[in-house]
Unconditional design. Structure first.
Ligand SMILES: [Zn+2]
Length: 178
C-alpha cells in the first residue's frame, strides 16, 4: 500500500507529556507525495523523537538510508548513502510568529502536526553536491563517457570550422593595413 501524507500526521493530542519515539520507513513512493520532486527512489529510515511539553513540541528527526541519484559524469543512476537530521521546535500559541529553519508555530486548536515535508527537506539537504560512480566504489559507464567526449570534440570541431573563415578575413584585413 502506498504511503499517504496522513501517515506522517502526528496526533500529539493523543500523546502524554514526555518523550516519545516514532519510526518511519521511507521508500520510493514517499517521493511521490511531493510535486516536482527531483528524487524518485530510495530506501530510508526516519527516527523521530519528540517531546511533548506544555505549548511546545520538540522534534529531533534523523533520516538515514540511501537515495537514487544520477552520476555527474556518466549519468548512471546509483544508490548513494545519505544521513541528515533536524531539530525542530513547534510552538503552540495564538501568537503565530515568523517561521524559522528550526522553529514553527501552530494554533492551540490544532491537534496534529505533519512532518512529511520536514523529512523530505532533511533528505534534500543531505544530498551531496557532487556525486560520481567512484564515490560508491563503482566505475563510470565508459560507453557513455566516450559518447559524451565525442559530442564535446565534434562541437569543438564545428566551432573551429565556423571561426576559420572569419579569422581568415580578419587576417586579410590586417595584412592589407600593413
Ligand atoms: Zn558515473
Amino acid at each position: 500500500m502506498a504511503v499517504e501524507l496522513k501517515d506522517f500526521e502526528i496526533e500529539f493530542i493523543k500523546f502524554k507529556d514526555g518523550i516519545h519515539t516514532l519510526s518511519f520507513q521511507l521508500c520510493s513512493d514517499f517521493f511521490q507525495l511531493f510535486e516536482k520532486s527531483s528524487l524518485d527512489s530510495g530506501n530510508l529510515n526516519a527516527t523521530v523523537i519528540f517531546e511533548k511539553k506544555t505549548q511546545l513540541l520538540d522534534f529531533d528527526m534523523k533520516v538515514m538510508g540511501n537515495v537514487g541519484l544520477f552520476c555527474d559524469r556518466c549519468l548512471t543512476k546509483n544508490n548513494y548513502p545519505i544521513e541528515g537530521k533536524l531539530n525542530l521546535h513547534v510552538k503552540i500559541t495564538e501568537n503565530i510568529g515568523e517561521e524559522e529553519e528550526d522553529l514553527t508555530y501552530i494554533l492551540p486548536s490544532e491537534h496534529s502536526f505533519n512532518i512529511a515535508g520536514y523529512l523530505y527537506e532533511i533528505i534534500n539537504l543531505a544530498i551531496p553536491m557532487r556525486k560520481t560512480c567512484e564515490d560508491i566504489g563503482e566505475k563510470c559507464d565508459e560507453s557513455v563517457l566516450e559518447k559524451l567526449n565525442k559530442i564535446a570534440v565534434d562541437k569543438e570541431g564545428d566551432e573551429n570550422k565556423e571561426q576559420n573563415p572569419e579569422w581568415d578575413k580578419l587576417k586579410d584585413i590586417l595584412n592589407n593595413l600593413k
